[in-house]
Each structure stands twice: as structure tokens, then as C-alpha cells.
Ligand binder design. Structure first.
Ligand code: SF4
Length: 302
């Protein structure tokens, strides 16, 4: 049942010609009022193609920046300005600039989970779905992959012919799980099919039956026959998968897989930014153009 706050949000959304986007890791109440639930690039692309002039991005700051990079003429609102990403903060534009100055043959691939400034200094972006394809297709003597050591390491292992240096950043939510935690859960569900996100540690990936992005995990759950599935990614995805697969037992790999930043956005925050038009995200035009170039280069990879 729609409560008073939800109906006010829906009313304001219509009145202002806004659209609400929520990342899979958001709380269920926020996902319930969103026009679209998806991963960061998916949200930004659909937002750019939409008719809406105001985009409310329920996620963390780099997601709102990515939406602004693709939609410079639209107003992009981030409901909670305190929602950042510790992994994105583990590399700076200056770090990337210095690495390139030190090695002119270096090309930089940056995971979309990074700041606009870092994207602007990178040659090309990637997502967890297309990282392997992006790296395989890149013409470069040497590659630096930023900021996630686990996704970078996963790609590097599958491209032994490429010279890839990997930045030592990590997502605390995924990196926290160790092989002993996997062993403990799998001992409880010995016949379960294990799917994990490539932001997990390599030893956790080694255990998995399937490694994929959030969307790839959601899609795979729809098609596999296994009745018990253990999922190693942020807890927010679990409710979506359970709802879509009512006959299957869906288990979170470890209870620690919660991103505190993704849980900061509340319905009250969404209501407030819609009502007041506050928390608009701006990206310097010079940085935006360069960051757009890195995203566009990725979108051209087939
Ligand atoms: S789950 Fe990890 S990568 Fe995603 S916002 Fe949280 S800390 Fe950043």
C-alpha cells in the first residue's frame, strides 16, 4: 500500500517532470518508488534517453556524476550527499596523471565506480560486465586498471598476454569476504550454486560456479535449474532475486555484504530533494567532456 510520503513523492515527481532511478543496492522502500532500478551505467543511460528534465539518482556520488556526464543539460539530484564510495576515493586524478607521465606507453582503464575526475584522466571506462572485452580490445603497450584490484586481477588473469598493472583499491563490502567465510556458508548448502561479483577477492572467485556483474547474476538466476543459489554480492540484490525466483532458495554468501553508503538514502531524502530541488550535482565542463570521452570509448567497444 502506498503511504502518505510515497504518494507525495509520486505527486512531486509528476508535477516537476522528474524521474527517479535507484541502484540495486538501495533499500527496498527506495527501490519501490523508483521508475527504474539498475546498475550505475544503466541508470545513467536510461536517464539520458528519458524525457525527464530532473533526474533523482538514488545511489552514491559517482553514480550521480555519471548521470550528469551523460546528461549535462538536465538537473541531477543526489538525495543524500553523504553517500560516497570508499573504493572510488582510493584513486585520484593526480594518481592517474602521475602514472601516465611516468610511462607514456600506458593506457588507463577505469572502472565506472570512480570519480568524474578520474574518468577524465582515463583512456576508457569499463563496467564489471564488459571489463574483459574493454581490456582485450584496447590497443596499448601497457595497461593500468583502476581502482579495483579484484576486478582488475580477474581481468588480468584472463588476459595473460597483456601487461596489466592493477591499482590496489577495493570495495570494502565485497573485499571483506574471505575464503573461510565461503567455506562456512557452502558447508551449510553443499549442493548450492555459487555466484559472486568480480569485486570479491580472487580466492572467493576461485570457489564460484559463476562470476558476473549484478545484472549478469540476476539474469543467470532466471535461467539456471539449481534450487539453492548462494549469492556473493551486496545484500540489496537479494530481495530482487528472491522476488523473481519464488521457488528457489536464495542465500546471501555472508551477512557482512552490506554497503553502508548505499543504505544512507531514505524516502525522506528523496522527498526533500524533489520538493526543494537541492543537492544538484555539478561537474566542471572541461572534466565532463573528458570523462564523457572515456565513457563513450567504452560504449563503442563491441
Ligand atoms: S558497494 Fe562498494 S563499490 Fe559499491 S558503492 Fe559501496 S563501497 Fe562503493
Amino acid at each position: 500500500m502506498v503511504n502518505e510520503l510515497e504518494s507525495e513523492i509520486l505527486r512531486l515527481k509528476q508535477e516537476k517532470g522528474a524521474m527517479i532511478f535507484a541502484h540495486h543496492y538501495q533499500i527496498d522502500e527506495v527501490k519501490a518508488i523508483a521508475d527504474h532500478v539498475g546498475d550505475s551505467l544503466e541508470m545513467a543511460r536510461i536517464a539520458a534517453d528519458s524525457e525527464a528534465d530532473i533526474l533523482v539518482i538514488c545511489g552514491v556520488s559517482f553514480m550521480a556524476e555519471t548521470a550528469k556526464i551523460l546528461s549535462p543539460s538536465k538537473t541531477v539530484l543526489l538525495p543524500n550527499l553523504g553517500a560516497g564510495c570508499p573504493m572510488a576515493d582510493m584513486v585520484t586524478a593526480d594518481d592517474v596523471r602521475k602514472a601516465k607521465e611516468a610511462d607514456p606507453g600506458l593506457k588507463v582503464v577505469c572502472y565506472v565506480n570512480s570519480s568524474a575526475e578520474v574518468k577524465a584522466e582515463s583512456d576508457i571506462c569499463c563496467t564489471s560486465s564488459n571489463a574483459l572485452k574493454v581490456v582485450s580490445n584496447l590497443e596499448a603497450e601497457r595497461i593500468l586498471f583502476v581502482p579495483d584490484q579484484n576486478l582488475g586481477g580477474y581481468v588480468s588473469k584472463q588476459c595473460p598476454e597483456r601487461e596489466i598493472a592493477v591499482w590496489r583499491g577495493f570495495c570494502p563490502t565485497h573485499h571483506r569476504v574471505e575464503s573461510l567465510d565461503v567455506a562456512r556458508t557452502m558447508a551449510k548448502y553443499p549442493n548450492a550454486y555459487l555466484m559472486v561479483h568480480p569485486e570479491c577477492r580472487p580466492e572467493v572467485l576461485d570457489y564460484a560456479d559463476f562470476v558476473g556483474s549484478t545484472s549478469q547474476i540476476i539474469n543467470r538466476c532466471r535461467t539456471i535449474e539449481a534450487q539453492t543459489i548462494v549469492i556473493g554480492t551486496e545484500v540489496g540484490v537479494i530481495s530482487t532475486i528472491r522476488r523473481e525466483n519464488p521457488g528457489k532458495e536464495i542465500v546471501l554468501l555472508d551477512d557482512v555484504m552490506v554497503c553502508p553508503n548505499m543504505k544512507k538514502t531514505t524516502l525522506e531524502d528523496v522527498y526533500r530533494v524533489l520538493r526543494d530541488g537541492t543537492n544538484a550535482i555539478e561537474v566542471d565542463e572541461n572534466i565532463r567532456e573528458k570523462a564523457f570521452g572515456a565513457i563513450d570509448a567504452m560504449l563503442k567497444v563491441r
